[in-house]
Each structure stands twice: as C-alpha cells, then as structure tokens.
Ligand binder design. Structure first.
Ligand code: ATR
Length: 275
C-alpha cells in the first residue's frame, strides 16, 4: 500500500452498492482528515487472507458488511464488549501496537439515531424487536443499556427469539416469542430487524402492537418509505422512520474509532435522503 494517505475501506460481497465510501468521504472533508476509503469485494475463499494482507501492508481500518460480519470476529486480536455481545464485527481498527481491534458500531448507531436524532426516550418504555437474526443480536446490548421496561423479541421462528432472549437475560428484561404470542397491546417502540424488506414483505405480527403513539423504526432503508414504514403509517402510527440515521451513525462511530474525532452526521443524512 503506497503513499502517506491512511487507507480504509469496506469489505463485503457484493459491496458495489455500499454507501460507506460516500459517507466517509463526507466525514473526512468535514473534519479535515486526509484518508482514502475504498470498496473491497473479496470472495469467501480469499477474504481472511485479503483482510490480513490489507493490514500487513499498512491499512488503518476496515468496515465489514454482509456476509462477513461474523467471520471478521476472527480477524481481530481483541474485541470490544459490544462486539462480544453482538457476536459480530463491523469495524476493524489497526492500533499503535500493531494489534487489531474488532468493534461493532451497529447498536450504538441505532441508539444514537433513536435518542439523539429522533429525541426518543427508551428508558422505562416497552420495546418490540421483530426478527431474531444478526441484525437483532447486534443491537440488543446497547438497547438494553438504555434500560427499557421490557424488550420483546418476536420472530417467525419462535425458537430463535427465545434463544436470543435467553442469551441476553442478564442485561435486562428481555423475552422471546413467536408472532402469535406477542401480548400487551401497543408498544412504545417497534423495531423491524427482519430481512423481510428485501423481498418487499411485512412480518406477520398482530396489528395491535402498533398504536397511534408507537414509534416505528425500520432498520432497512431505501429510496422513499420502506414497505414496513408504509404499513405502520397505514395502521395509523404517527411516527415511522427508516434506517438511514442508523446507517450514518454507525459510520460516524467507526470514523471516531479510527480518527479520534466524531463527525457531524446531520449534513450526511441530509445528503443521502435528499431527492
Ligand atoms: P440478519 O443478519 O439480517 O438479521 P438473518 O440472520 O438471516 O439475517 O435473519 C433474518 C431475520 O429476518 C430472521 O429473524 C428471519 O426470521 P426467521 O428466523 O423465522 O427466518 C426474519 N425474516 C426474514 N424474512 C421474513 C419474513 N418474510 N417475515 C418475517 N420474518 C422474516
């Protein structure tokens, strides 16, 4: 790796669609940091060796996206607590002593968006997370850290929800159920963490979980409203937002880890959601 410019990038497969280069370029301009940030599409059979080579050649940091967030755990010398909880890594950072720190900024990206950008109070509120895959696992510890009254994880496959709830039971009141067994009426916050949006589907949860005052959050994002956001609005909830803020906030937290400065996220969010 040549030159004096610090090298960063995002590893995925495929990764061409990633907005991370755009986001980090805006952060770098805004904070006056000189750095390069590139896309790395590594095939599964070469990803371990290519990540190792990137750092061996002086690379400073990587974001890791699908499908490598779990595999990246083994590329780190040490994991942050939140990466340990998530069981997945979305950020690798070369440290002064030559060791590589593995972090997961997805959860703090979500809580930052909810609490700071959306001004939502989660403490002592009832939270429903739909889905029990990697996306849910990644955000559970930071969400429980906000001390909600209760987090219900509801999943199409109930066993996965129960297993995930059991794994986090020490951090707060968290329950796992199948869709049909979600009880207690409308929640204060409902988060869609399923991959149902990829196929334009809506998770088959009882409509009673969403009331007019429920804050609905879709971790997915796209041009215009996501199907889940549209569905929540049709059910009469006043606030339903998609996951653009989480995307930008998790990136800002990675940037802070690498460069020691936290960029402003508002201008980047505006640029991404304009038009
Ligand atoms: P990720 O890492 O994105 O969370 P994952 O581990 O494959 O991906 O998990 C996908 C989640 O979306 C799961 O909770 C899955 O439910 P199942 O465990 O029952 O498979 C959920 N999901 C995907 N498509 C769905 C759909 N059409 N309706 C409801 N849930 C869906």
């Amino acid at each position: 790796m040549s030159g004096t410019v610090d090298q960063y990038g995002v590893v995925g497969h495929p990764v061409a669609h990633s907005l991370s280069p755009f986001i980090h370029a805006m952060f770098a301009r805004q904070t006056g940091q000189t750095m390069a940030y590139r896309l790395f599409d590594f095939a599964p059979e070469e990803v371990d060796e290519r990540i190792a080579a990137f750092f061996a050649q002086g690379g400073r940091g990587l974001n890791v996206t699908l499908p490598y967030k779990l595999a990246a755990v083994a590329r780190a010398t040490e994991l942050t607590r939140r990466a340990q909880h998530a069981g997945a890594v979305n950020t690798l950072a070369m440290r002064e002593d030559g060791t590589i720190l593995g972090d997961n900024t997805d959860g703090v990206g979500l809580t930052q968006d909810l609490c700071v950008n959306q001004h939502l109070v989660v403490t002592r509120r009832r939270v429903l997370i739909i889905g029990a895959g990697g996306a849910t696992r990644g955000v559970l510890a930071p969400l429980l850290g906000l001390e909600p009254e209760l987090i219900v994880i509801a999943n199409r496959t109930a066993d996965r929800a129960r297993a995930l709830a059991a794994a986090f039971a020490q951090l707060g009141d968290v329950q796992g159920v199948g869709f049909r067994y979600i009880a207690g009426g409308a929640f204060d916050l409902v988060i869609n963490a399923t991959s149902a949006s990829l196929t334009g589907e809506i998770p088959d949860v009882p409509v009673a979980v969403i009331g007019p005052d429920t804050f609905c959050y879709d971790m997915a994002y796209g041009k215009g409203d996501t199907p889940f956001v549209r569905w929540c609005m049709e059910l009469g909830c006043r606030t339903a937002v998609s996951g653009w803020g989480m995307l930008v906030e998790q990136a800002a937290e990675s940037f802070r880890l690498w460069r020691g400065v936290r960029p402003l996220t508002g201008p980047v969010l505006s640029a991404l959601t304009a038009s």
